[in-house]
Design a protein around this ligand. Structure first.
Ligand code: FAD
Length: 403
């Protein structure tokens, strides 16, 4: 199948459906939830009622789409509406992706629906890898998972930090160390079922942007879960660890698999924010008069908008192609990381330029542009920082160890 950036009928319909939801439901309350800095439950509820917040939509968009474009198209529209609310709706997808990446088909069927619940009973998922001393350096992870033969249980201890939906989720997918001797190859992913003993929320973080999305520590203190909750199954894990101990190469780190497969989708979210800022500042520049003419009639403003339009097109092209290559399993030069890196930079730059175009109006909370700028910055940080994307790309293009 060749890469074709022309959306099919289904994708055009989904694009319009999500755009209408973003425009009619999300945008009118975006500022309120940013100020409240709380999970926007009523908006998630509305998303569940139309089927946007559901495992069925995720499955349809991710599994039944050979082009890989449906998800980025939907995410761009939702995050054009608002990134904090968008992440509250899509945060459970990180847990679902973690389960899909490492779980058996039975585990996927059992746990992915529980990351969403139903419109009558909403549930949330969270994916927890990062720790206070192990952000980019996943190998420094300390959270331990120990198997107890007598009870056929895993016992987890440690602290995860910066976790989207952390502590308020029903299902937590946690990456932990099973064999500390093996570094990142001794890690495994676990599902912590709802109401498990020993898991609690630590500090909730107050943030610079995406403030409607809940971010908190997750504390695991003798957290006991059934033996069957290791993703992929214990036999497969034992086989993999045995291979690594014999010096044969094991699978890529569990957490890294999840991050890599989600990167173009994260880039699409950043494109949505950039586009919001571009559209708003374009209209503003046509309306706002200074020195007796619209400010867009000054080349410095018009050329900035021309560059914004071009950069957003470029970022979207990389995101769509990155998503397509991921679907076809044809990555050569870390194109997923390229997409996320470019889109994050474009979002930060475009939102900053949008503030400049609005002048004082861009800097005050009465207008949405300063919020978009605050929201954009996270795209240089989470799901692999700017520098980690550069590291991944430089290793891929050179085939050499770059430190
Ligand atoms: C709002 C928010 C939501 C998040 N959600 C989740 C989540 O749901 N689940 C989860 O597991 N994590 C989550 N994270 C964590 C996020 O993925 C990490 O913050 C990120 O991986 C960076 O880790 P760190 O913050 O520890 O920074 P560090 O790794 O300490 O990096 C600090 C700086 O050093 C640079 N740096 C580090 N190593 C290198 C190197 N080798 N070469 C060059 N530069 C380097 C980095 O690029 C960065 O600029 C979230 C974070 C935030 C802020």
């Amino acid at each position: 199948m060749d890469f074709n950036p022309e959306l099919n009928e289904d994708q055009l319909q989904i694009q319009k459906w999500v755009h209408d939801f973003a425009n009619d439901v999300v945008r009118p309350v975006a500022s309120e939830w940013d100020e409240r800095e709380e999970t926007p439950w009523p908006v998630i509820q509305e998303a569940a009622e139309i089927g946007l917040y559901s495992w069925e939509f995720m499955a349809e968009a991710m599994m039944n789409d050979p082009t890989g474009l449906t998800m980025p198209v939907a995410l761009e529209e939702l995050f054009w509406g608002d990134a904090g609310i968008g992440l509250s709706i899509m945060g459970s997808g990180l847990a679902a992706a973690g389960i899909a990446a490492s779980g058996t088909p039975e585990q996927v069927m059992e746990w992915v629906p529980q990351c969403y619940g139903t419109s009558d009973q909403l549930m949330l998922g969270a994916f927890a890898s990062s720790e206070p001393d192990a952000g980019s350096d996943v190998a420094a992870m300390r959270t331990r998972a120990v198997y107890e033969e007598a009870t056929d249980e895993w016992v987890l201890n440690g602290t995860k930090t910066w976790i989207t939906n952390g502590g308020i989720a029903d299902v937590h997918v946690v990456v932990a160390v099973v064999d500390p001797e093996l570094g990142s190859r001794g890690h495994a992913s676990f599902v912590i079922p709802p109401n498990s003993p020993g898991i609690s929320q630590g500090q909730k973080f107050l943030k610079h942007g995406i403030r409607a999305s809940h971010t908190a520590e997750v504390v695991l203190s003798d957290c006991r879960i059934p033996g069957s909750c290791v993703l992929g199954g214990k036999d497969k894990l034992d086989e993999r660890l045995a291979r690594v101990r014999e010096g044969k190469s094991g699978n890529a780190q569990a957490a890294m698999q999840t991050f890599e497969s989600t990167r173009p989708a994260v880039g699409a979210q950043a494109v949505g924010i950039a586009r919001a800022a571009y559209e708003y500042s374009l209209e503003y520049a046509k309306e706002r008069h200074q020195f007796g003419r619209p400010i867009i009639q000054n080349q410095s403003i018009a050329f900035t908008l021309a560059d914004m339009a071009m950069e957003i097109e470029a970022a979207r092209a990389l995101v769509w192609r990155g998503a397509w290559l991921g679907k076809q399993r044809k990555y050569k030069n870390a194109e997923g990381s390229m997409a996320k890196l470019k889109a994050g930079r474009v979002a930060v730059w475009s939102t900053e330029r949008a503030i400049q175009i609005l002048g004082g109006y861009g800097y005050v909370r009465e207008y949405p542009v300063e919020r978009w700028h605050r929201d954009a910055k996270i795209y240089d940080i989470f799901e692999g920082t700017e520098q980690i994307q550069q590291l991944v790309i430089s290793r891929a293009i050179s085939g050499m160890r770059i430190e």
